[in-house]
Design a protein. Structure first.
Lengths: 195, 250
């Protein structure tokens, strides 16, 4: 079993590595095409700003590689947003795995932006997002959101219901940070690894 | 529903967790790696690690220590101390930090906030503000609280928000270390004027103080150090208490 984490300039890559290590998995951190293509599982983490991150991906050609991958790919947070068509964050063209545009939260009284902290997940079905996940509190930190679409497998409600997790064919994605969501988050990573 | 967060803070000096009273008279409170892992297991919602001597000594945050703490943590982790430019941040993220906190450098050169936000995103940037009441006005202080500035707390907080910071960590130096409660009135005013999350810091002594910070002060998170380090209040006990008070708690 080979798990690859995609390496690029901005991202909380290290947190994801540590989470996998706590699960007994030693991931490979790389931006090499062959290494990525030969992996059993690919994780595409993200913390950052959409346009500068897309630029880093473009410089490495990863923006073209990722949508062509055949094995299970897990996008996390910004990783999930960049797998959509477009983001309102600095009007950024993204990779287009999920046919939807990422929108900015509009702050309402008492509901601050960014959406930062622990919130409940509502899974739409059983599977990798809910299997053996007892406590559904997950850690979110984001100012932009993916609206609820056909590929939404879990929602979260903050200002409005939005996509907490997506799945389409071999592409999986979470808006929250499973690597930072305690034991329950680690369980979701484990579910993905065991797919 | 979004939950209120309980955040233990590790003020680290020379690799040990310390806690001062009104920012001076620092005493040793233990091994930060051990404490961090313990807090995560006990249900802390987040961890903050501040290298409190970094700015004064011109030292950079001790990255190896960040790495050791992060390895054992499955909750979010904010690191601060001595960050003065964009180049300082990427190594901290690679060491395992999820967010970084800036303080003195942002006061000195506010454009730093815009630069950090552009490169790493709002959600990654926490601006820490230390303030104290001087002649009836809340004034921002820098360098671990040792240098007064002419900036007024609330207008600086608004500027920090406008420049794109994701969160504010507000420490009242008048309350810090006193155990007499958080600066709830100042927190309330800040919460009403800002739309980004605010972490209350400084003054926690008993469990009621956390309730006050969330209700009266409308804070989104509450941070404390010594009461956790010296095991005066346990995190599970605190969270149970707040749940009984109908505070949204994980």
């Amino acid at each position: 079993m080979k798990t690859v984490i995609i390496k690029y300039n901005a991202g909380n890559t290290q947190s994801v590595i540590y989470a996998l290590e706590r699960l007994g998995i030693t991931p490979v951190l790389t931006s090499n095409f062959e290494e990525i293509q030969s992996a059993d599982k690919v994780i595409f983490p993200g913390v950052g700003e959409a346009s500068s991150t897309m630029r880093h991906l473009q410089e490495l050609g990863l923006d073209r590689l990722i949508p062509t991958l055949q094995q299970p790919v897990l996008g996390i947070c910004l990783g999930m947003q960049l797998m959509c068509d477009h983001s309102e964050e600095n009007d950024t063209q993204c990779m287009g795995v999920f046919n939807i545009s990422v929108k900015k939260f509009r702050s309402k009284k008492g509901e601050k932006v960014p959406h930062m902290g622990w919130n409940n997940l509502t899974p739409k079905n059983s599977g990798w997002i809910s299997q053996n996940v007892v406590d559904r509190h997950m850690y979110f930190v984001h100012s932009y959101y993916v609206p609820v679409i056909e590929e939404t497998v879990a929602t979260c409600d903050y200002i409005l219901p939005f996509s907490a997790a997506l799945q389409k064919n071999n592409f999986y994605a979470t808006q929250f940070h499973p690597e930072k969501s305690g034991k329950q988050g680690e369980q979701i990573i484990k579910n993905f690894i065991e797919l | 529903m979004l939950k209120k967060r309980i955040i233990p803070c590790l003020d680290v000096k020379n690799g040990r967790t310390v806690k001062g009273i009104n920012f001076v008279n620092i005493r040793d409170a233990g091994d930060p790696v051990e404490l961090g892992a313990l807090y995560a297991e006990q249900g802390a919602d987040e961890l903050v690690f501040l290298d409190i001597t970094a700015t004064n000594d011109g030292r950079k945050t001790f990255k190896e220590l960040v790495k050791d703490i992060a390895k054992h943590l499955n909750i979010p982790f904010t690191v601060g101390g001595g960050i003065s430019n964009v180049e300082d941040v990427a190594p901290l993220l690679y060491a395992g930090a999820d967010k970084v906190s800036v303080n003195s450098a942002a006061v000195r050169r506010p454009e730093l906030i815009d630069e950090l936000v552009q490169e790493f995103g709002s959600q990654c940037i926490v601006v820490a503000i230390d303030a104290r009441m001087v002649d009836g006005q809340w004034l921002v202080h820098t360098h671990g609280g040792s240098k007064p500035t002419e900036k007024e707390l609330f207008s600086w907080a608004e500027e920090v928000e406008q420049r794109g910071a994701g969160e504010i960590l507000f420490t009242s130096m008048d309350h810090d270390g006193t155990r007499q409660g958080f600066a709830v009135e100042a927190l309330k005013e800040m919460s009403e004027r800002l739309s980004i999350p605010i972490i209350a810091s400084g003054g926690a002594g008993v469990m009621e103080h956390f309730n006050d910070a969330f209700t009266v002060g409308q804070a989104d998170a509450a941070l404390a150090a010594s009461i956790f380090h010296f095991k005066e209040i346990g995190i599970p006990e605190l969270k149970n208490y707040l749940k009984q008070k109908n505070i949204a708690i994980r």
